[in-house]
Each structure stands twice: as structure tokens, then as C-alpha cells.
Ligand binder design. Structure first.
Ligand SMILES: Cc1ncc(C[n+]2csc(CCOP(=O)(O)OP(=O)(O)O)c2C)c(N)n1
Length: 665
């Protein structure tokens, strides 16, 4: 049965003229034992919520997963898809891309991410089991990692967190072949992985990964472990390939016709390319049918659950929000209209979370050791710990990358809407995971505070400058930068309602005035940009619709700067309007007419943001003026910094006047 995986991997890579045969051939025995004897799943219902999760963290070995899914009988993974390995529109891209319908739990390829995703999945399982009971939620998370996965720094964050949280249903299988692209891993690595995992609180053992009995025994032992398990499986990369096996030559290139023929002979595999002998196919299909009774029994248990609890489980599994969200948002906005607050938007976010997390119990929060700074822990939220998996707040430790990747795993698992916090400048440390969340279309919400030079004294190491632009550059990621407490709750609502992708909320450390006064039921941030303060009209003639002289566009804390600049300009007889731009992505998704209406027809456009200009030209045009940053910040009280870097109402007014003058000449 393992040779069926090897043959399909060799043939598909050969046909595509690219790909990685080595891992599937070496890890075929591990995968065969796992999928045919241990993994709980049902190919006829790939989304079954209580299935075991399998993550191929070493995504370059994608043919292993495709071959197994095909052999087990996942309907969509046909032999045609295997033949179309790495071709446009196939279900078999170069690296596995998340498609639950065909059994791919997460997108992998960037090494280390899958392992950290799996940690999130395992957290989600423990949490939901604590809430809904083990009759409904009781599954394992298996991960196949390669040497490269464990060399990546993110793996340390993931391993340490999993060990600390005692995620006993997480089982990692290491394809311990000692080979990477450059050659033997000994060229660059001498870590004893078993000791490494043990020191992080795992059960860890080393076995012969080519011996099915040893693999089964190790998996058996891992079933009842009181901690997460590592099984280091000693394998031979490209097992069966006579000259390339055991060397880096088997890692990432077709083996070639002669080597494949020799491997077939050595493995005793005589079937032609892409053909599986009937007896072997039947055995795989029987393995695929194994989980059906368990699924049906689970469905009965679900049906027998108290109706309210069942409805809640199903709602959460489907990622549906409740109408309580709108009510919570309304409530916060009403309070702010009655007593406006001059507070930092991070504090406004905490206020929002106090209400939102009550309305939406699926929200599981956290912070990478900046809880008090990020304001991500509502007062009533209990900590999730090995003693209490029902807790909803995760102390991720100083592990931004692992945190962001674990959040992806939770979202992929389902039943949870993860959010968490760090400083915006450390979005760089989360970026690879944020990018994958965007690629996979997963709803994860990153609260990123201290969003500009406005954080002050911590200085340029902590002051984001290029980060808003860099995040806005990621497709399918929404970057929200609210200007006050009202916009903050509105942006939270939009992030929660964005079911098809991640969001970042960029929030201030420093206080900002509440500019949005009065109660407005509509979520004005939904348009991405809107006229917040109209131009003053000194002597309105009836029907006069003359455009303002100046349009001032700003986000976050700089909206108040724009508002003050508007006053300065008014004092000089220049009419200016202020447009708040809390979310580029929403704005740029609007129709051309809507965008044109918001951009307006002022003689001069000025944008103000305490970051770099990149991206703003889509709104102000290349001839617009920009007041912001062109280099790194500095360490000083924040008001001094705004003055020093010229992000002030006076400089904005000067920029507008200079442009107006330029036009008049
Ligand atoms: C973050 C990241 N860096 C680099 C790569 C490119 N890459 C793909 S596989 C690999 C290493 C291969 O070694 P190993 O993980 O041991 O896999 P094996 O050769 O055993 O298949 C590298 C560097 C990657 N996919 N992800």
C-alpha cells in the first residue's frame, strides 16, 4: 500500500517535470500506517467537525497528501487531478492549498507554518471539547514535519507553546531523513530533536520510520499520552530509488525514466504509470471506509444533544455570527454618543471587546506578552490553560510568529474566531502567517497597537513607519486604522463580519479626541473612507455646490491633525473638508462613482498619516501633497516627535497652501 504512494509520487512529478518525490517516497510507510489504522476521518464528509486533523507541514511533499487522498477515495481527488499535478486549476498544486472539501486542512509550503497551525488546531480542539463535551469534540491533530520544518524558528515557538499547554492530542511525526536541499542536514544542524521536544514538555521517541510495526507501536503509545508527542521516524529520502534515494537528488526534481524504472523493479511494483492494482486500491478504499461508523455515531450523539447546545455548536462550526453583534455595537455607540471619550483607540478597542466578547463567545483572544499594552483582555475573560481549556484568553508568550500561525490553525479548525495582540511594528514577526491567512481566506483578527511615532519614548525600533503600507500590500488583508472610539467599534464590527480573510486593527497608544459625535446607526467605516467634516461654507449662496478648496484625507490619530488643519485654513479663508480613511481595502473596493464622490473635486488633495506615502496616491493622486514620514522615527515624548517630523496642523496647512499657490501660478 505504501508503494502505491511512492509510485503515484514518482509518476506525477515525472509528468509535471517538477516536484518533490523524495518526501512522499520516504514517508510513505508512516502515512500508510497513520491513515489506514489511526486517523479518524470519512472521505464522504471531509468537513466532519470531529475528524482528526492531518497537517502536512512539509508542503513540498504535497504528492504524499494527494496520493493518500486519492487512494482513500476522496471524491474530488481523482486520478485526473493526480495526472494534472502542478497544472493550472488542478486540485493538486505544487504545495497543498487549503480546500476542506478535498481534505486539505491548511495551506503549507513555507516551512514551519503547518506545525504552528496544528498547534492552533489542537488548542481549538481542547477548548471546544471543554465547552461542548468529549462526546462531540474528541479528535487528534497529526502533523508530518520535515527536518526543514524543525529548523525554522517558528517551530520553537510552536513546540514551546504546545508543551506548555499540554496539548496531549497533538502528535508530530518527523520525517527524519537527515537530508535537505543543500545535502545532509549535518551541514547546518546538530540539534537532537528528541531532547529538544522533551525539554519543551513533550513525550518524544525515535523509531525506524520504514518499519510499519514500529510506526504503529509509537502511534499506539501516543494515543494516551498526557502531553504532546513527537515521533521521530528515521526514513530514507526517496526510499526505493536506487541511486538517488538517501541523497538530496531525490528531494526536489523528477527522478528520470531510468531511475523510476529501477525503483519500480526494486519495490516490486509492476503496474504502469498512474495505475494502481485492484487489490491494493481495494485495501486503500477499505481503509477510507473505516471511519464512517464513527461519524454516524457522532452524528447521533450530536442529534441527541440539547437543542440549544446543538444549535450553538452548529452556528459556531459554520462561522455564523449572531444578531447580538449588531446589538453590542449599537450599545457601545449609544454610550459613546451620550458620553464622548477622549481615549486611545487601543482603550476604545478594549471597550469594544468588553461588549463583543460577551455577544460572541466564539471569540478567543490573546496577546504576545503585551496584554496590558494591547488591551486585548476583557475584564471577564478567563485564561485558557492546561487546567482550564474553557478559558478564552491565551497568553502566547513572546511568540508573535507562533501566535499568528496558531490563530490560523484555530480559524481553520472552526468554531473559534481568534483575535490577539502585539505592537504594530511586530507585524513583521507575524507577516508570513498573516499572508497565509489572507491566501487561505481565514478570519483572524490582529489587534496591533502603538501604531506610529505616537507611541513616543520607546523610539524608532518600536515605531512603525512602513508597516501600514506593507500590510496594505497583502492581497485579501484588511487594514483598519480607526480615528476615534466610534470608528474603533465600527472597525471591529467590519473585521468580525469579514468571514473570508484576516484583518489588522492598527490602534494608537496615545489619546485621540472623539470626532464622531452624536449617534449614527450606520457603520460609516464600511465605506472605507467618508467625509467626516464638511468644508465650512462662509457665505452659502442658494444651490451653491462649489467644491472645497482642499480635501484633507487622514487615518487614525492623524484625522485629528487634519481637523485642526481645516480650522487653520478656514482662518485664512480657505475651505477644507476632512475625509477619514479607516480602511483602504473597503474604499478601493467601492465603485468608481462612489470613490469619486468621496475623493471630491477640491483643487488640492492632502493626505496625512504618520507613516510612509506608499498607497495614498490611489486617493490623493500623484500630484497630491502628503504629510507623514519619510524615514525612521526617534525616541522622545510623542508631541515632540509630531512637531519634529512635521506631522502637525501647521505643516498640513502649509502643504495645502503651497499646492494652492502652485496651481494659481
Ligand atoms: C520558509 C521556507 N524556506 C525555504 C523553503 C524552501 N525549501 C523547501 S524544502 C526545503 C528543505 C528541504 O529539507 P527537508 O525539510 O528536510 O525536506 P526533505 O528534503 O526531507 O524533503 C527548503 C529549504 C521553504 N519551503 N520554506
Amino acid at each position: 500500500m505504501a508503494n502505491a504512494i511512492r509510485a503515484l509520487a514518482m509518476d506525477a512529478v515525472e509528468q509535471a517535470k517538477s516536484g518533490h518525490p523524495g518526501l512522499p517516497m520516504g514517508a510513505a510507510d508512516v502515512a500508510t500506517v497513520l491513515f489506514t489504522r489511526f486517523l479518524k476521518f470519512d472521505p464522504t464528509d471531509p468537513a466532519w467537525p470531529d475528524r482528526d486533523r492531518f497537517v502536512l507541514s512539509a508542503g513540498h511533499g504535497s504528492m504524499l497528501l494527494y496520493a493518500v487522498l486519492h487512494l482513500l477515495g476522496y471524491e474530488k481527488m481523482t486520478i485526473r487531478e493526480i495526472r494534472r499535478f502542478r497544472q493550472l486549476g488542478s486540485l493538486t498544486p505544487g504545495h497543498p492549498e487549503h480546500r476542506q472539501a478535498s481534505g486539505i486542512e491548511t495551506t503549507t509550503g513555507p516551512l514551519g507554518q503547518g506545525l504552528a497551525n496544528a498547534v492552533g488546531m489542537a488548542i481549538a480542539e481542547r477548548h471546544l471539547a471543554a465547552l461542548f463535551g468529549s462526546a462531540i469534540v474528541d479528535h487528534k491533530t497529526y502533523v508530518l514535519v520535515s527536518d526543514g520544518d524543525l529548523m525554522e524558528g517558528i517551530s520553537q515557538e510552536a513546540i514551546a507553546l504546545a508543551g506548555h499547554l499540554k496539548l496531549r492530542k497533538l502528535i508530530v511525526l518527523l520525517d527524519d531523513n537527515g537530508i535537505s536541499i543543500d545535502g545532509p542536514t549535518a551541514l547546518a544542524d546538530s540539534v537532537d530533536q528528541v531532547q529538544r521536544f522533551k525539554s519543551a514538555g513533550w513525550a518524544a521517541t525515535r523509531i525506524d520510520g520504514q518499519d510499519p510495526a514500529a510506526i504503529a507501536a509509537a502511534l499506539d503509545a501516543a494515543q494516551e499520552s498526557d502531553r504532546p508527542s513527537l515521533i521521530a521516524c528515521r526514513t530514507t529520502i526517496g526510499f526505493g530509488a536506487p541511486t538517488k534515494g538517501g541523497t538530496e537528488k531525490a528531494h526536489g526534481a523528477p527522478l528520470g525514466a531510468d531511475e523510476i524504472a529501477a525503483a519500480r523493479a526494486r519495490l516490486g511494483w509492476s503496474a504502469p504509470a498512474f495505475e494502481i492494482p485492484a487489490s491494493i486500491r481495494d485495501a486503500w478504499r477499505a481503509a477510507g471506509a473505516r471511519g464512517r461508523p464513527a461519524r454516524l455515531a457522532w452524528a447521533e450523539r450530536l442529534a441527541a444533544l440539547d437543542a440549544e447546545k446543538r444549535a450553538e455548536f452548529e452556528r459556531r462550526t459554520h462561522g455564523e455570527l449572531t444578531c447580538l453583534l449588531a446589538a453590542a455595537v449599537r450599545d457601545v455607540k449609544e454610550k459613546l454618543s451620550v458620553s464622548p471619550k477622549e481615549i486611545a483607540t487601543r482603550v476604545a478597542s478594549e471597550m469594544a471587546l468588553d461588549a463583543l466578547t460577551v455577544a460572541l463567545p466564539e471569540m478567543v483572544g490573546g496577546s504576545a506578552d503585551l496584554t496590558g499594552s494591547n488591551n486585548t483582555r476583557p475584564k471577564a475573560m478567563k485564561v485558557l490553560s492546561p487546567g482550564d481549556y474553557a478559558g478564552r484568553f491565551i497568553h502566547y508568550g513572546v511568540r508573535e510568529h507562533g501566535m499568528a500561525a496558531a490563530m490560523n490553525g484555530m480559524a481553520l479548525h472552526g468554531g473559534i474566531v481568534p483575535y490577539s495582540g502585539t505592537f504594530l511594528v511586530f507585524s513583521d514577526y507575524c507577516r508570513p502567517a498573516i499572508r497565509l491567512a489572507a491566501l487561505m481566506g481565514q478570519r483572524v483578527i490582529h489587534v496591533m497597537t502603538h501604531d506610529s511615532i505616537g507611541l513616543g519614548e520607546d523610539g524608532p525600533t518600536h515605531q512603525p513607519v512602513e508597516h501600514l503600507a506593507a500590510l496594505r500590500a497583502i492581497p485579501n488583508l484588511k487594514v483598519f486604522r480607526p480615528c476615534d472610539a466610534v470608528e474603533t467599534i465600527e472597525c471591529w464590527q467590519l473585521a468580525l463580519e469579514t468571514t473570508g480573510g484576516p484583518s489588522v486593527l492598527a490602534l494608537t497608544r496615545q489619546n485621540v479626541p472623539q470626532i464622531r459625535q452624536g449617534f449614527d446607526e450606520a457603520n460609516r467605516c464600511a465605506r472605507g473612507a467618508y467625509e467626516l467634516i464638511a468644508a465650512p461654507s462662509p457665505s452659502p449662496r442658494a444651490g451653491d455646490a462649489a467644491p472645497a478648496d482642499v480635501s484633507l484625507f487622514a487615518s487614525g490619530s492623524e484625522v485629528a491633525v487634519a481637523a485642526a488643519a481645516r480650522e487653520l485654513l478656514a482662518a485664512r479663508g480657505i475651505s477644507a473638508r476632512v475625509v477619514s480613511v479607516p480602511c483602504f481595502e473597503h474604499f478601493l473596493a467601492a465603485s468608481e462613482a462612489e470613490r469619486a464622490a468621496v475623493i471630491g473635486e477640491a483643487k488640492v488633495n492632502v493626505a496625512i498619516e504618520a507613516g510612509i506615502r506608499d498607497g495614498w496616491d490611489a486617493i490623493i493622486g500623484s500630484d497630491g501633497a502628503f504629510v507623514g514620514m519619510t524615514g525612521f522615527g526617534a525616541s522622545a515624548p510623542y508631541k515632540d516627535l509630531y512637531r519634529h517630523f512635521g506631522v502637525t496642523p501647521e505643516k498640513v496647512a502649509d502643504a495645502a497652501l503651497a499646492k494652492l499657490k502652485g496651481r494659481d501660478h
